[in-house]
Write a protein that binds this ligand. Structure first.
Ligand code: SF4
Ligand code: SF4
Length: 130
């Protein structure tokens, strides 16, 4: 399960993810981390059964946690490979292959929804958990 973790600059100076691994014993896979002068944001992947303990510990440490239960799906029959979603996505989820066909790396997605809004062919949508 993916969690989007945000923390303030003050907390961002601490090794918050490492502390959670140490305190909970849960192995955390950090898929992406961005830290600037005001805040940090990390996209982490953990076993589903460990979601509650990790979320609670992160919250105790002052982080905000959003559980990413949905996913963005691409309808290849509607996509015209215009590339608009490549430009708008902050996570570099989309790219062109060598034949300029759109490809997705959904693991990087943080569900901001920008690609859905910009797609001129409504080829992108949110899908909830099964
Ligand atoms: S914006 Fe829509 S139509 Fe254009 S490449 Fe992306 S998914 Fe395909
Ligand atoms: S929802 Fe946001 S992060 Fe995910 S693919 Fe679309 S633009 Fe990228």
């Amino acid at each position: 399960m993916k969690l989007l973790v945000t923390f303030s600059r003050k907390e961002g100076r601490k090794p918050i993810i490492a502390q959670v691994v140490r305190d909970t014993g849960v192995l955390v896979n950090v898929e992406r981390a961005l830290i600037d002068s005001s805040e940090g944001e990390a996209l982490i992947d953990i076993p589903d059964e460990s979601c509650r303990i990790v979320k609670d510990r992160l919250t105790d440490l002052g982080a905000s946690v959003r559980i990413l239960e949905e996913e963005i799906v691409l309808d290849e029959t509607e996509c015209v490979d215009c590339g608009a979603c490549i430009s708008i996505c902050p996570q570099e989820v989309f790219s062109f292959d060598s034949g300029f066909r759109l490809r997705m790396d959904a693991k990087k997605c943080v569900l901001c929804g920008r690609c859905i809004e910009i797609c001129p062919h409504r080829a992108l949508s949110r899908k909830g958990p099964a």
